[in-house]
Write a protein that binds this ligand. Sequence first.
Ligand SMILES: [Zn+2]
Ligand SMILES: [Zn+2]
Length: 149
Amino acid sequence: MTKQEATCPCGSGNTFASCCQPSITNDSANSAEQLMRSRYTAFVLGDAAYILKTWHPDTRPHDFQLGKSRWLGLTIHHADTDTVSFSAAFHAGNKGMLLKETSRFVCMDNHWRYIDGDCTVTPIKRNDACFCGSNIKYKNCCVKRASNE
Ligand SMILES: [Zn+2]
Ligand SMILES: [Zn+2]
């Protein structure tokens, strides 16, 4: 299976080719939610150029590097015209962590841009309901994904 045919990393359930790929290739995300999804996918794929390009020039960091975190999953909780609330799970060091953020976006000249967000990062506890939405405890669910890859 090629990357194009694979399920999109953002968890939409669609193929990469019909989900985040066009946004990333053409800078054509057509909503705040789609931009959020495609930026998450760019984090997964290590595409720092797209992350920077879609960052509002006023808030874009001068020096940006992708960390070594391995991204495990994205859950969108709520999306408005220009804000998106989400959780993203990642594995850093030997720990599962959960980033919760409400991000702000703006559409500039027909391109959606990320402005900034309010976020918290907390360790995922083993008895927490898994971030993937399975309703199974993390220790019986994606913890395996986090440690096996
Ligand atoms: Zn996607
Ligand atoms: Zn899970």
